[in-house]
Design a protein around this ligand. Structure first.
Ligand SMILES: NC(=O)c1ccc[n+]([C@@H]2O[C@H](COP(=O)([O-])OP(=O)(O)OC[C@H]3O[C@@H](n4cnc5c(N)ncnc54)[C@H](O)[C@@H]3O)[C@@H](O)[C@H]2O)c1
Ligand SMILES: [Zn+2]
Length: 397
């Protein structure tokens, strides 16, 4: 058909948001969050206060039962500029919300019920799953309210909570529905990490290995050196890991040229094709961070078979992840389909479908740099699902 007339529309909107690190954000004297919600310098008409609604992950509520009260008191003592529209609402932690559309829509209902407007702020305190699901709900109300995230897990502070993605799981797949929307700000309260179970505390470590292996060889070495300390739940090592990992993720989003993932390459999804599949195969018994650790072990071995990594480096990765406490063999790796194909390899099909067009897997080539492949030798990959004999013995200790 002939185009009768064309108008080329072009504009750009610079996106910027602070990612702040603090401790005990709701202690009386801490102004970090208040400066994000309603900067004191900003001129406001007399009596105008910023309306804020707060959602809190049930994991945080259980680990810090005094928190909801602290939040309410903290807002009350800043009532000249902040208006907490209702008591903080506790949301089910983990994938529960992300898996349930009705749960997400109930947040939309609540925001409308309290007449939040486009100047209001929704503050969400939680792990990656609650942040994803609540952030998605926030993006729908009035076509997107201001979202302040307060990530409460290691993985959310160094990855899930600091970027531009929000969403939920539908049709049995991970993150099948969602939006790209930048937050208004992110406040990482490092004291929240004290409440985590060992499993959830460990979860952020694999995302740090992921980004280090494809972007920063020096950080990879540092992580390997810190592995024994991380295995012992060393707070200082974790803080260093979280901050450096967050820097690398944010730099990638800002400088990769594809913040909204329109292209086919996804360097930050290194190790994730199998991770997402393992999560859903296990009905989310295996958490994201644990699944990514297994995914890194698989893809590192594959990179070594391709000659992109020395075999010793793949072994170093596996050993370091095990030293941090990850169990790299789970029964889901042994599941087979009727034709004998390992079920986890379906993750390749799903990743291809998600990307659209050509399959693109990012792998370290060498450590600290990224290479891409578009075809996978499935029988070789099937061999990489299992650990080399030496490491298997170690993981059974
Ligand atoms: N949007 C993104 O860019 C992005 C990136 C990576 C991962 N993700 C998503 O993030 C999710 C995983 O996030 P996660 O690892 O934070 O796990 P999670 O959100 O499932 O939280 C793990 C558990 O920790 C609890 N919890 C949270 N904070 C706590 C605290 N301070 N003390 C005690 N318990 C606490 C939660 O209730 C939950 O039971 C997955 O759904 C994944 O797909 C999103
Ligand atoms: Zn991830």
């Amino acid at each position: 058909m002939k185009i009768l007339h064309q108008i080329q529309q072009t504009f750009s909107v610079p996106l910027h948001y602070p990612v702040l690190f603090t401790r005990k954000a709701f202690s009386e004297e801490n102004e970090c969050l208040a400066e994000v919600l309603a900067p004191i310098e900003t001129e406001r008409p007399e009596g105008e206060r910023r309306r804020v609604m707060v959602f809190v992950d049930s994991g945080v509520d259980q680990a810090f039962p005094e928190w909801t009260r602290d939040i309410t008191q903290w807002f009350a003592s800043r009532a000249d500029r902040l208006d907490l529209v209702c008591e903080p609402e506790v949301l089910p932690g983990g994938e529960t919300m992300k898996n349930d559309y009705r749960c997400v829509m109930s947040l939309v209902d609540k925001m409308l019920e309290y007449h939040l407007c486009r100047h209001s702020i929704v503050l969400v305190v939680g792990g990656g799953a609650v942040l994803d699901a609540a952030g998605f709900a926030v993006s729908l109300v009035h076509r997107g309210l201001r979202l302040v995230r307060m990530p409460s897990t290691t993985l959310a502070q160094n990855d899930a909570g600091i970027g531009v993605k929000n969403g939920m799981n539908l049709h049995g797949g991970k993150n099948t529905v969602g939006v790209f929307a930048a937050p208004h700000a992110v406040v990482n309260d490092l004291a929240l990490l004290d409440g985590l179970s060992d499993t959830d505390w460990r979860a952020g470590i694999s995302e740090a290995f992921k980004v280090a292996m494809i972007k920063d060889a020096a950080f990879f070495q540092e992580l390997c050196d810190m592995a024994p300390a991380l295995g012992q739940r060393d707070e200082q090592a974790m803080e260093r890991l979280v901050i450096r990992c967050a820097e690398l993720h944010l730099r990638h989003i800002a400088t990769s040229g594809d913040p909204f993932e329109l292209g086919s390459a996804r360097p930050l999804d290194f190790g994730h094709w199998s991770a997402h599949k393992l999560e859903s195969l296990s009905n989310y018994r295996i958490g994201h961070g644990h699944a990514v650790a297994i995914g890194l072990a698989i893809d590192s071995q594959y990179a070594a078979r391709m000659g992109w990594l020395p075999p010793e480096t793949a072994e170093t990765v596996i050993k370091a992840l095990q030293t941090c406490g990850f169990d790299l063999h789970v029964p889901e790796l042994d599941l087979q389909l009727g034709d004998g194909r390992p079920a986890v390899l379906q993750g390749l099909d799903e990743f291809r479908e998600h990307l659209g067009g050509r399959l693109t897997l990012s792998l370290p080539h060498p450590i600290g740099q990224t290479g891409e492949i578009h075809e996978v030798d499935e029988s070789l990959m099937a061999e990489c699902l299992h650990l080399p004999q030496r490491n298997t013995a170690q993981s059974q200790k």
